[in-house]
Design a protein around this ligand. Structure first.
Ligand SMILES: [Ca+2]
Ligand SMILES: [Ca+2]
Ligand SMILES: [Ca+2]
Length: 354
């Protein structure tokens, strides 16, 4: 199927599409999909969009999903890639499955969440699973993502509450991601696992590496995120944009970077980010957060002396980001309306590059 099909209502049929040829066109269902759409040898390389809920099933028996499957509502049914591989090369997810609502159903991939393994991959044409809403329910439920092969590494990712932290959008304890890795020792994840690019977006403002803590490990990602959407997105697949053109509003980049809670992530967030870094607390709100431990050597609710801050930042920044750090200090000074803070950041700038 190479053309376009648009269904104005719901889809409740059991339908074979592309039994031997790829589904390379566009299939749009403006309502719910309560039926079953199945392809056999033909991979889904085009775009399947369900504007409503997917309570039915989208299946490939022996083929990859290399295109985009988007569910505008909730996924309560099932997506299965390679349900019946019949000895053919492991059918894999090389495209993107996006659920804009909640996921209480199942996603199964016989093969890999496949990565192109090319570190310079200009666009992240690789397996991604994006859930903007919650994953699972408060009741015990059969809700999971199972990857039969390997691995969720490098550019491949699974992200829950991808579109920035929202309080109701949680990864419930009964839901899990399991990577079988073709072995009898599968990896099972019940929550945020940064080393596998399996994310549940954290509520912490300033947590640019999404590990649930705000500390000096967030400095380099903050600089990257502020200076280049592309560089941040490639360094942290699943936290930024998906591909070129690099959408600055995609992912959790703006949520985590917006440390003054004005809805934007820009130079005005440098000073509040550094304050938060010094406080080292995880909080969804902006401003002076409870507790605080003076991570940068300043008083809990304030900033250290400018020379001390410059020294702390300089030892924690990657050499290749040092110039960006210097520019950031200059930018922080230039956007300050508070005269004292302006002088403060000018001093930080001078201390970094005398
Ligand atoms: Ca969300
Ligand atoms: Ca962090
Ligand atoms: Ca802001």
């Amino acid at each position: 199927m190479a053309g376009r099909i648009q269904v104005d209502g719901n889809w409740d049929a059991v339908t074979w599409l592309g039994r031997s040829r790829p589904l390379s066109g566009e299939l749009t269902i403006q309502g719910d999909c309560t039926g079953i759409i199945v392809t056999q040898y033909g991979e889904i390389s085009g775009a399947v969009r369900i504007d409503g809920n997917l309570t039915g099933e989208i299946l490939t028996l022996t083929a990859d999903l290399s295109g985009d499957l988007t569910v505008g509502g909730n996924l309560t049914g099932r997506v299965a890639i390679g349900l019946d591989p019949q000895g053919l090369p492991d059918p894999s997810l090389r495209g993107t499955v996006t659920v804009h609502g909640d996921m209480t159903g199942r996603i199964y991939v016989y093969g890999d969440l496949r990565d192109s393994s090319d570190p310079n991959d200009p666009d992240m044409t690789t397996g991604h699973i994006i859930i903007d809403g919650s994953f699972g329910t408060s009741e015990p439920a059969d809700c999971n993502i199972i990857i039969g092969g390997t691995t969720v590494g490098l550019r491949a990712f699974i992200a829950v509450d991808y579109d920035g932290w929202h309080e109701p959008d949680v990864w419930f304890p009964s839901a899990y991601v399991r990577v079988l890795a073709n072995s009898s020792y599968p990896y099972t994840f019940y929550g945020n696992t940064p080393e596998w690019n399996v994310w549940e977006i954290t509520e912490c403002r300033g947590d640019m590496n999404n590990d649930g803590a705000v500390d000096v490990a967030d400095l380099n990602p903050f600089i990257q995120a502020l200076t280049s959407v592309r560089s941040y997105s490639l360094a942290f697949p699943g936290l930024g944009a998906l591909e070129d053109p690099w959408d600055p509003n995609a992912g959790s980049r703006v949520y985590h970077g917006d440390c003054n809670c004005d809805g934007f992530f820009d130079f005005g967030d440098i000073n509040p980010f550094v304050l938060r870094l010094n406080q080292g607390c995880c909080w969804e709100e902006c401003g002076d957060c409870p507790g605080g431990n003076g991570l940068l050597g300043g008083p809990p609710g304030g900033l250290p002396e400018p020379e001390l801050l410059a020294a702390k930042l300089a030892v924690n920044v990657k050499p290749e980001l040092f110039d960006d750090l210097v520019d950031m200090a200059a930018a922080a000074a230039s956007v300050q309306t508070d005269p004292q803070l302006k002088v403060y950041w000018e001093k930080v700038h001078r201390a970094l590059r005398p």
